[in-house]
Design a protein around this ligand. Structure first.
Ligand SMILES: Cc1cc2nc3c(=O)[nH]c(=O)nc-3n(C[C@H](O)[C@H](O)[C@H](O)COP(=O)(O)O)c2cc1C
Length: 224
């Protein structure tokens, strides 16, 4: 499965079987994590076989069960780092999907377990991402019209619409989808976070940008 196929196949999965991720898949994830941490200045960490962060009864929202593997999305504070958390976190989510693993971004409904991850000076945990073999593949979130997600003068080129189509499938906090892609002259694309009371706008924007790039093809445009 290619990453672009993973864009379509991925849905949030909150219930997992007890099958371990396996050494080969964990190694593939660790390789990517090391590369993304270097590129993005982040401190993403993979925690394996740790059930306490999602132990039952603490949270009702989201209804997670069987979560024993997750990514701790740590990094510097601020909007710039948050966008990178979204961008590189979604790269890991889609990589996981190509490896046959399911996932869910989790901003609220988890506990931080001391001793399972480390923070550098100034780091915060922005959120976590559960990983594992789902009891099912998840379901497609309700789709709004494509026009909701872009602005362009005239009919946009196919590559731009493919990018917007991929972004429309992106996970966002409470499925808020508060982003827009604007096509400027000279194939320049601007990704804009729209107003939201919920927070997570910068993480959501980073996620949507990663999807857009996969759909549009990096060679076709310049991100503003
Ligand atoms: C930054 C972020 C935080 C999220 N936090 C939670 C959460 O705390 N609990 C939960 O059940 N789902 C959470 N989600 C998952 C969203 O609810 C889900 O992505 C959205 O409803 C769209 O569904 P889909 O991922 O299946 O396309 C989060 C998603 C994102 C991107």
């Amino acid at each position: 499965m290619e990453l672009i196929d993973a864009v379509k196949a991925r849905h949030s999965v909150r219930k997992y079987t007890d099958k371990p991720i396996g050494a080969d898949k964990a190694a593939a994830l660790q390789d990517a994590i090391a590369r993304f941490n270097r590129e993005g200045g982040l401190n993403i960490q993979l925690v394996l076989e740790e059930p306490k962060a999602f132990s039952a009864g603490v949270w009702k929202y989201g209804q997670f069960s069987g979560v024993r593997n997750y990514l701790v999305m740590a990094g510097p504070k601020g909007k710039e780092a948050e966008e990178k958390v979204g961008y590189y976190g979604e790269a890991l989510v889609l990589l996981a999907q190509t490896l046959g693993l399911n996932s869910c971004w989790v901003g609220l409904t988890y506990k931080k377990i001391p001793g399972t991850f480390t923070l550098r000076e100034g780091d915060v945990v922005h959120c976590v991402i559960s990983l594992g073999y789902g009891t099912g593949p998840g379901i497609q979130h309700p789709l709004k019209p494509l026009e909701n997600f872009y602005e362009a003068d005239g009919t946009p080129p196919d590559w731009f619409l493919s990018g917007v189509e991929a972004a429309r499938l992106a996970p966002t906090a409470v499925n808020q989808q508060k982003f827009k892609f604007i096509l400027h002259p000279g194939n320049v694309v601007e990704a804009k976070a729209l107003f939201t009371m919920m927070g997570y706008a910068a993480i959501d924007l980073g996620i949507a940008k990663y999807h857009f790039e996969l759909g549009a093809g990096k060679e076709n445009f310049q991100m503003k």
